[in-house]
Design a binder for this molecule. Sequence first.
Ligand SMILES: *[C@@H]1O[C@H](CO)[C@@H](O)[C@H](O)[C@H]1NC(C)=O
Ligand SMILES: *[C@@H]1O[C@H](CO)[C@@H](O)[C@H](O)[C@H]1NC(C)=O
Ligand SMILES: *[C@@H]1O[C@H](CO)[C@@H](O)[C@H](O)[C@H]1NC(C)=O
Length: 684
Amino acid sequence: MTNYQRFRKCGRLALLCVLLGTLCKTGCGQIRYSVSEELDKGSFVGNIAKDLGLEPQELAERGVRIVSRGRTQLFALNPRSGSLVTADRIDREEFCAQSPQCLVSFNILVEDKLNIFEVEIEIKDLNDNAPDFLMEELEIKISELTVPGTRFPLKTAFDPDVGTNSLLNYQLSPNDYFSLAVKSVTDGAKYPELVLQRALDREEKKVHQLVLIASDGGDPVQSGNLGIQVTVLDANDNPPVFTQPEYRVSVQENLPVGTRLLTVNATDPDEGFNAQVSYVLDKMPGKIAQIFYLNSVTGDLSILKNLDYEDATFYEIKIEAQDGPGLLSRAKILVTVLDVNDNAPEVTITSLTGSVPEESAAGREIALINVHDRDSGQNGQVTVFVLGNMPFNLEKSINQYYCLVTARSLDREQESEYNITLRATDGGSPPLSTDTHITLHVADINDNPPAFTHASYSAYIPENNPRGTSIFSVTAHDPDSIENAHITYALTEDTIQGAPLSTYISINSDTGVLYALHSFDFEQVRDLKLLVTASDSGNPPLSSNVSLSIFVLDQNDNTPEILYPALPTDGSTGVELAPRSAEPGYLVTKVVAVDRDSGQNAWLSYRLLKASEPGLFAVGLHTGEVRTARALLDRDALKQSLVVAVQDHGQPPLSATVTLTVAVADSIPDVLTDLGSLKPSVDP
Ligand SMILES: *[C@@H]1O[C@H](CO)[C@@H](O)[C@H](O)[C@H]1NC(C)=O
Ligand SMILES: *[C@@H]1O[C@H](CO)[C@@H](O)[C@H](O)[C@H]1NC(C)=O
Ligand SMILES: *[C@@H]1O[C@H](CO)[C@@H](O)[C@H](O)[C@H]1NC(C)=O
């Protein structure tokens, strides 16, 4: 409307100028039009022919033209319609920028009259520009701790249009955290600001995407958007939090050192350094820190030492998780130690008798022992027994005490020492056991007499032995020990042919060797019966007897003794008689001899050693009989002399001889006449 009125008024003014002719060459000859920008080329601007008071065809005839002053012509004349049209598309902002009014003026020359007119064209703004922030996106970083109400200036948008087509207002995309404030300053410019409405939480929402919309007042409204990315900066507003308030783990006590028991975990929703969690053992009694190691980075709990159920069955470990700046939270780890059968039973000998006397009654106490196992439950249940087949019993006493006693009386001579093995076994799986050795000596009692190796002894001694000869030795053994086994030998006193035995025989009391004190004569004493006593030195001593027979052996120590014919003691001749008529084999006489020895030594044989008439007489080898060997002849001498030897069979043999005189006559008187020289002689 306003444009139109202005146009009308100018139209009238132009008409006036035409009426006044050339008087109004410049000042009054002004023609005003208005045209909207951005019209197509050739769009109608104004009916110039009419405003100049001409017919349209006159424009050409009268040489009407636009006087250009070297500038690009925006307008042109249309000679057919006699109107002014756009020579090109016109952008108001190009010519006038932000000026509220955009006027383009030029002159039109009417050549034939040399009239010049001034034409002023207002280029009217069209809302052809949207507000523009000249950037795509704005990034704002806000700490999550920023208090609500804080303002953050935003970028302003720019709209090259003017008037209502230019910027009017800002709007923010709907969101929960921010609102928009628009500050107006005196020149009318508006500055948008972001206002924090609610506390931010990076852990809840890290990035907020907003859109700032700038819209103008054109019709239609044009708008421009600016993306706003609000990045919430982390503040250490969260402590680390353990995934569990309490961690529980049960472990066997025999885990190797370094084993990981469990891993604790604390999470911190903050970022970076604020979320860098480290784990530490809370201040704990030194012992726990010596046993457990908490890896500050990984949260692995491991052991530095072997756990021992017998030391502690349970640990409560207080731990802390701490983030970089130092916010912390606490939790605890409960470690239950499980028993493993890792302890063998312990056997303690509380009292011990090293020896028991033999023959003491069963039930004799040897040792008091105590068994103990550091494990618990079945692992600590101990049974104890005597290994092997031994004459001992274990009797249970109070409180894991046992009494080791004899099961029967012992015999030192059978077994003088026992190596007793006590085996204590626990109830674990597998069970562990401990062996304890007890050496028990059986003390000697003089319960055994010495025993001779034989029931009786016989000894032989040749007669004529030298004095002091050892004849024999007897030995007795005593299975007891020391003095109870120390044997002395003695002879039981007796008499032999009226003389005390001790004058014949003695015995070495230590060795049992018997000596002859006498040179025995078999012909006097042929045998001796002795009783040898062996006694030990126990208290009281024990002894035993054994009989010993000593036989004297004959030696050939006696020569044969000729009893007949005897040596004449009374002067008689002792002549034997052989009648001339005697038949061969006639028994003349018999030599009789004895030998005091015995056996072979006394077995005699007779031989004719010498004869005055060989072959006339023969002597019986064993009988000693002297017989004629043939018939006597007359030529045989009256007096025959024979030498007979008697010899025993000893080694060497002993012998004796006798000389016999045999008279060959029929009667004694015959003989007597000339037998003066006949005498028997003995030659041993
Ligand atoms: C700790 O716990 C968090 C949450 O449960 C999990 O994502 C993370 O993997 C755990 N860390 C370790 C080391 O187990
Ligand atoms: C007892 O016997 C055990 C096993 O047979 C053996 O190891 C130990 O040396 C013995 N002790 C004695 C004193 O003989
Ligand atoms: C041994 O002989 C002596 C004397 O005859 C006698 O007193 C003693 O009792 C005997 N001893 C034994 C053990 O027979």
